[in-house]
Write a protein that binds this ligand. Structure first.
Ligand SMILES: *Cc1c(COP(=O)(O)O)cnc(C)c1O
Length: 350
């Protein structure tokens, strides 16, 4: 399948003249900066928050590129993955004309972002064991289908999707395939980043919100061809990643071993939690997880959810979601938090 990025791109974006920021015109670090109407003093004296941050996050991208083995020119950084998702809609999907393909049950932001941008969604459910229904997905493609969102490991089911199936879809779709790897660091599955050279219509998303434990900083990554990254850079708000975020994430990236240790601890806590839950008579099934949460089929999910809330324990009620009937989604907490959850659940009488 020949991929034509120019056919995918909305024509007005192709001809758009982007905002040129003060920092675009002069990018040196030394000098007397009287170009951006900043306050030369600032309120927090030990830092440089009075200055606008690097709009292209060069230092951060250099470090991320080094760790992930990708050139900086193939990395887009956004205010969370959610920003990248929204920008993809704005770059490629004409409101009221184009559509995107979603594979429920999956991450809710794809549909919300589609709705905000007035873009139709075509939904093709996963199979009963949460895998890709290749023939049904391929049958759903229309000439106006611009983006196919695949989440692996998938939220809320927790499983990883068959790699060969993902490849089949990338090769057979004329639009852009987004592989959302928000949970990849909890999985033994290699990232699709290594396949970017093979597939010009692939975009891989990752985030600092989960395994890195930095959800509040709001930093999401998109990896794609130089051309696709250039389009996202062209339409993003100029200073979309704050200076605080850039410096704090750079700090976290100094120490990969802590992150790996933290991830290993969460995985071991997940297995303890799984064993504890399986001992409860109210728990019928726990779906296999390659992420930091468990999808748990349980008696009376809504009542159980409410009872947990009364004990100030908040989980996610997914029992009304396609293929997740009867299920709560439970994030793995600290060992103490997981223990408390099990205590409360064991006291709820059926
Ligand atoms: C949590 C999550 C994200 C992260 O979004 P951010 O905006 O980066 O915090 C992305 N995709 C999926 C599937 C998620 O579950």
């Amino acid at each position: 399948m020949e991929f034509d990025l120019n056919r995918l791109l909305r024509p007005h974006i192709a001809t758009l003249k982007p905002y040129s920021s003060a920092r675009d015109e002069y990018s040196g670090k030394e000098g007397i900066f009287l170009d951006a109407n900043e306050n030369p003093f600032g309120s927090i004296t030990e830092d440089t928050f009075n200055r606008y941050p690097d709009p292209y996050q060069k230092d951060l991208k250099a470090r991320i590129g080094e760790i992930k083995g990708v050139d900086s020119s193939r990395i887009f950084l956004g205010n969370g993955s959610d920003e990248a998702i929204d920008l993809l809609f704005r770059a490629f999907c004409r409101p009221g004309v184009d559509n995107v393909i979603l594979l429920p049950p999956t991450y809710g932001m794809y549909e919300v972002s589609a709705g905000i941008n007035d873009v139709a969604t075509i939904k093709v459910p996963l199979t009963a064991n949460f895998q890709l229904d290749i023939p049904a997905i391929q049958a759903a493609f229309t000439p106006h289908s611009k983006i196919l969102f695949i989440c692996s490991p998938n939220n809320p089911s927790g499983n990883k999707l068959n790699r060969e199936d993902i490849r089949t879809l990338i090769s057979s779709f004329e639009g852009l395939v987004v592989v959302d790897e928000a949970y990849i660091d909890f999985s033994d599955e290699p990232s699709f980043i290594s396949e970017l050279d093979r597939y010009p219509n692939l975009l891989v998303m990752q985030t600092f919100s989960k395994a890195w434990g930095l959800a509040s900083l709001r930093l999401g990554m998109a990896y794609a061809s130089v051309e696709i990254v250039a389009i996202l850079n062209k339409i993003k708000p100029p200073y979309n990643v704050s200076g605080l975020t850039q410096s704090k994430v750079l700090e976290a990236l100094q120490d990969l071993s802590s992150m790996h240790q933290m991830t290993a601890n969460i995985l071991s806590a997940r297995e303890h939690l799984r064993e504890g839950l399986l001992k409860l008579p109210s728990v019928h099934k726990i779906h296999p997880s390659h992420a930091n949460f468990l999808l748990v089929n349980i008696d009376r999910p809504k009542e159980t959810y409410d009872e947990l809330v009364r004990h100030k324990i908040i989980v996610r009620d997914r029992s009304k979601v396609t293929l997740c009937e009867g299920c709560l989604r439970i994030t793995v907490g600290t060992p103490a938090e997981n223990h408390q959850l099990l205590e409360v659940l064991s006291q709820i009488t059926p």
